[in-house]
Design a protein around this ligand. Structure first.
Ligand SMILES: Cc1cc2nc3c(=O)[nH]c(=O)nc-3n(C[C@H](O)[C@H](O)[C@H](O)COP(=O)(O)OP(=O)(O)OC[C@H]3O[C@@H](n4cnc5c(N)ncnc54)[C@H](O)[C@@H]3O)c2cc1C
Length: 504
């Protein structure tokens, strides 16, 4: 399997359509394993095809909204995805959010890993190529060439960062087997060989994988063999993806409205002596640089912009869903229900405000790219993991038993159809309208699909505990400023007290 040096293919014509996505997955199938068997064709496999066809549809959608989602490539002139744009102005930056919202509106934020997430990351890495070149001039050039290849070919990527969850008390080198976590096994003139495992990659049904450096490396010597950043095709020899059980039950859109459409899949990634040519490598054996790369290149800010666009679409969906549930059963008369709708509305407006501030306060960074302001994005990525589980809880509290008193499509078409029509009516909805609405609420708040969404929001951007720690140390100076203000106020009171005559 080829991991040949990347250069812009002469055949690349810019933005793809759904048929191109399906064709590539059939022609170059990654080694995806599901329940003990290697999947021959992800486009037809029952566990994966729902998500695969939605992914393909998103590529058609970008052509249906081409004015918003595409722009002219600076190199070829072809129309390419705006998710690859390196913005130079505030307007260009905001136009990227609008483009990303098209996909998120279609998936209601339920496919966090649509390809623009990593497209933004790779755009950030290429923008900050000079930072990568400080270690080795080849690395910066590789990042730019690879980014241009992605942009012109419109490929989708998954990514993987975390070592397997064996013993979290010690680093990768001190696990029972030093090759448990993916590490460099061999280095040659042509490239490196990787052996071991990475914990997770969402969207294994993509074209390529970006193996990002973990930002939590500590020891410059011990962690060096685990410190690298590269990208390779998913069908590379020796690369294997082991999927979790699908949350698509293989049922109709009526029965399983979200799971049947938006299963993006998560997989453990195994590197069985995978060869990576130097041309595909962006970072290598440099622990300090690996830890700094996201922030310095700007990749993390550009990725988080996508995350907040997703959060907005998801919050809009939760508010709309809750409002329909309330209306259908006449629950708006209760004050606590109004309070819950208000909470969902505030969550949505908070996310919108974070995005707007990140766009308006954006500045040209040291690479000449308009980088979204980090503070509001950092606030958003720390807040949403707490907001989303609460939003799901609100759906459960509003829906109550309605979330389980819910017949299937087969019941509606079966001999009890008349009973169902009668007994499942709601104050403001016929039974046959109420049932699909409550099935949607069940898939949001109760099904395997719904539970996985909650876990995703809690963890996908990192452990919330350590993210909070990073926030406090990252914003230390700002926090100190406020501490100074309070310190002055306390001193004033103290000085006043010391100067004043003792009270009788
Ligand atoms: C649905 C889903 C999709 C994901 N998709 C991807 C993906 O596409 N690519 C990718 O790279 N990653 C992905 N992740 C992984 C994600 O990055 C991790 O879940 C996250 O970084 C936390 O790591 P962990 O899951 O290994 O938890 P662990 O690190 O094993 O933590 C387990 C528990 O121990 C605590 N803990 C562990 N170490 C410490 C410490 N040093 N200090 C304090 N507490 C500690 C944690 O707080 C947590 O409570 C995904 C995760 C989920 C759930």
């Amino acid at each position: 399997m080829s991991t040949a040096p990347k250069s812009t293919s002469k055949d690349a014509l810019g933005a793809r359509r759904g048929a191109d996505v399906l064709r590539r997955l059939r022609e170059s199938p990654p080694a995806i394993w599901y329940r003990g068997e290697q999947v021959k064709d992800v486009t037809t496999h029952p566990a994966l095809r729902g998500g695969v066809h939605t992914l393909a549809h998103l590529y058609d959608l970008q052509w249906q909204h081409a004015d918003v989602t595409l722009y002219a490539s600076p190199s070829s002139g072809h129309r390419v995805s705006r998710a690859f744009m390196m913005p130079k102005t505030h307007e260009e930056l905001a136009s990227i959010s609008r483009a990303m919202k098209v996909w998120q509106d279609h998936t209601h934020g339920m496919m966090g890993r649509v390809p623009d997430y990593i497209s933004r990351a790779m755009t950030g890495y290429a923008a900050g190529a000079a930072f990568l070149s400080e270690a080795d001039p080849r690395f910066g050039a590789n990042a730019i060439r690879y980014y241009e290849y992605l942009r012109e070919s419109d490929l989708s990527l998954t990514h993987t960062l975390i070592p397997p969850q064996a013993n979290r008390a010690v680093n990768a080198a001190k696990q029972a087997d030093p090759f448990l976590a993916a590490r460099v096994k061999e280095e040659t003139d042509a490239g490196i060989v990787i052996r071991g495992c990475r914990m997770l990659a969402t969207l294994p049904i993509s074209d390529e994988i970006m193996v990002f450096p973990s930002t939590l490396l500590k020891s410059p010597e011990e962690d060096a063999p685990y410190a690298f950043g590269f990208s390779i095709p998913n069908h590379t020899q020796g690369l294997r993806f082991i999927c979790r059980e699908s949350v698509d039950y293989g049922r109709s859109h009526f029965d399983h409205p979200l799971g049947s459409r938006f299963e993006e899949m998560d997989a453990v990634v195994i590197f069985d002596d995978v060869f990576v040519p130097w041309e595909n490598i962006f970072l290598y054996r440099d622990v300090k640089r690996c830890n700094e790369a996201y922030a310095r290149t700007g990749a993390v800010a550009h990725m988080t912009q996508q995350v907040v666009v997703k959060n907005i679409a998801k919050s809009e969906f939760m508010l709309g869903l809750a409002s329909l549930l309330v209306n259908s059963i006449g629950a708006e008369v209760f004050q606590h229900i109004q309070e819950k709708l208000a909470e969902l509305w505030v969550n949505l407006e908070t996310m919108k405000a974070f995005l707007r501030t990140a766009e308006v306060d954006a500045k040209l960074d040291e690479w000449g790219v308009m980088r979204p302001a980090w503070n509001p994005l950092d606030a958003a990525r720390n807040l949403f993991p707490r907001l989303y589980p609460r939003m799901v809880e609100i759906i459960q509290q509003i829906g109550a038993s309605g979330l389980v008193a819910m017949p299937t499509e087969a019941d509606l078409k079966g001999p009890l159809a008349e009973d169902i029509k009668h007994y499942y009516q709601a104050a403001r909805a016929e039974a046959f309208d109420r049932i699909p609405l409550f099935r949607l609420a069940w898939d949001t708040a109760l099904s395997a699909f719904g539970s996985r969404q909650v876990l995703y929001e809690r963890f996908f951007f990192g452990d919330p505990v350590r993210m909070a720690g990073a926030l406090v140390s990252g914003h230390h100076r700002q926090i100190e400023e406020y501490a100074d203000k309070v310190r002055s106020f306390v001193r004033e009171s103290r000085d006043e007290a010391l100067e004043a005559a003792p009270r009788a």
